[in-house]
Design a protein around this ligand. Sequence first.
Ligand code: DHE
Length: 581
Amino acid sequence: MKKFGIVFLVSVFPLVIMGAGIVQKAEAQLSQKAEEQLSEITESFRRYLQSVLETIEAEVKPEAQPSEKPVALLAGKEYENANWEYFNRCGGCHGMLRKGATGPALTPDKTKPIGTEKLAKIIFNGTEGGMPGWGAGVNVYTKDDAELLAKYIQMEPVAPPEFNMKEIRATWKVHVPVDKRPTKPMHNRNWENFFAVILRDAGKIAIIDGDTKEIVSVQDSGFAVHTLRYSKSGRWLYTIGRDAKATIVDLWMDPIQTVAEVKTGLDARSIESSKYESKKVNYVDKLAVVGNYWPPSYVILDGLTLEPLKIVSTRSYTYDTQEYHPEPRIASIVASHYYPEWVINVKETGHILLVDYSDIKNLKVSAIESERFLHDGGWDKSKRYFIVAANMRDKLVAVDTKTKKLKAIVETGVKPHPGRGANFKDPEFGWVFATPHLGEATVALIGTDPKHNPENAWKVVRRLKVGGDGGLFIKTHPESNHLWVDHTLSKDIDAQRSVTVYDIRYLNAAPTIIKLTDKGRIVHMEYNKEGNEVWISVWDRQGEIIVYDDKTLTEKTRIKDPSLVTPTGKFNVYNTRLDVY
Ligand code: DHE
């Protein structure tokens, strides 16, 4: 079962650092700790693989299945390897059932007519549509590996197992009971300026003191943690692994500790807490929710212990063609500022769900029709409109969380990928929300102030040229005059290692392009609490955090440490808990 651990250490998007070859890769990098952490996931996947292998064996037995049955292209160990690779590298974009999302559908009716040779070339060389060349581009697959996957995707997809409440509860652990946790911060650090940093391939989170730049703590988490959130109080850090393991970390403890964990499924990307409070009710820190990719569902948890309380399936019909979809995955989730609700974006059906968490026994859900393949997004300046990318449709969708209605759908460019986006006042067009694009070297600014600036609202008011395509994240801060954009997935190696910075007072002027590193890729920017420093990750096996002075655009320091393995997202406590971006 080592194999499963191995592939989990490999990125979905290109990580040049890994060697070629499916079987040999990263073997040496799997620590004892990582092996232990994987044992739970491994068990459920062992069962899954068993069922898959039984299916395949039935298919390849010629005497049991006479001529009309197709002979399987792969079996046994080869199938197992290809299956893991698909799950870890391809499933995020193409779906576990291969029905397509960020990438096209890969069901046998589509792939068989293309054939093994051509498919292997596509996998090896990449596509114009944005898929990296897994061999020629990022050097993680040999030609044989590409051929293995080419065969795999011509076979009938087999659904992974379900993960019901019994399985979820079996993974639930409270390490520090609520009554044993402190009632005030036990250290003197300025914890509101902490940064939690995802150490993707290590399956850990680093907590770094934003004032002193010291690594205060490194906590075990799920594998390849995808995103982080804080409770509204800021004290609790919620993490969600790609393996659907959620953890909660108490930033007040000394030493800082992970106080509870649970695994809500087999594959997940999002987590959020309940944040609503009014004169009458207070839900702050009461509940949390995880958005699963598989099984397609969201799971409501106790906010302090992560006790699993309720699973809600998202299997449903697409909003437009009204076709049944067996795998509508949960993309981004945020907590509404207007009601006790979560905004839950369902990728494949195109529904934005406003889930009322005030009474989870009698759950009320408003399902808003929007656009398909919803992905990442953030609030507008007023925190009334949530703006989410339907990236395969080249659009941003705005939902009004006050009226609970769709507000607008705006075409912005090829595959918008805002992360949580960036809000600032354009000198000509007023308040705007900005997104970079995966598929073109532009940033689009859309007007977001229908009250004071109705003629510009929900339109692209400006398009900025960026130093590279493959943009993933963008960031500014209310105290800053700068707008930072990465080009992480550009095909150009210099662009991968640079950022583009605009002065938002002079958007007609050329931006500054800064080359930051000679290794890995640059990904994800985050401001400190004061808004005068920008923290940037060097995504590399031996990663670094570069701290820039935002005013002078000069480097202040580099945080280097052997523990900084593949740092990706960074989340400042103050800015994240209050949705400052
Ligand atoms: Fe992400 C956010 C899904 C690939 C780093 N990513 C998100 C969100 C979703 C998502 C749904 C929004 C969460 C939220 O706000 O609630 N990401 C996916 C994928 O499906 C995809 C395309 C492939 C996959 O299988 O994961 C994918 N993402 C990547 C990467 O390759 C990145 C660069 C590194 C990694 O972890 O694999 C990556 N995604 C991130 C980060 C965020 C994120 C750092 C949070 C950004 C923020 O500022 O909020």
